[in-house]
Design a protein around this ligand. Structure first.
Ligand SMILES: [Zn+2]
Length: 120
């Protein structure tokens, strides 16, 4: 069963082959500021309605990954590795229907300190 993630204005629409089993709340310097929940996928499991997408991007540090946000409404939509062979990307699970997000197991990731999951 595929699911669709969409930004607030609908300009960026992303189809995922399957609903996420987990979503990750990371406390690193950028994720905590974005307030996102990441659902991780292999890029081939993710389809963009408009692959050129109306997104603006942000990179920092070693610039290995690019963060995308909708050019119109500003919602953070996904990140992608700049290495096209890297088998992982992140889609903002906050863009999914609430029931899909709520059905996924929430993981708190302590990237800021240990890079380990935080046990609740
Ligand atoms: Zn938008």
């Amino acid at each position: 069963m595929s699911v669709e993630a969409a930004c607030h204005c609908g300009a960026v629409r992303i189809f995922l082959e399957t609903p996420p089993e987990t979503v990750t709340d990371c406390n690193c310097s950028i994720c905590r500021r974005y307030g996102v929940l990441w659902a991780y996928y292999a890029p081939e499991a993710v389809t963009f309605v408009d692959p050129k997408g109306p997104t603006d991007t942000y990179e920092w540090g070693d610039r290995m990954i690019t963060f995308h946000r909708c050019h119109t409404c500003g919602c953070v939509t996904h990140w992608a590795d700049k290495d096209p062979t890297y088998d992982r990307m992140g889609v903002n699970a906050r863009l999914l229907p609430l029931q899909v997000r709520d059905a996924a197991h929430l993981i708190h990731l302590d990237r800021a300190e240990t890079a380990n999951p935080i046990k609740d």
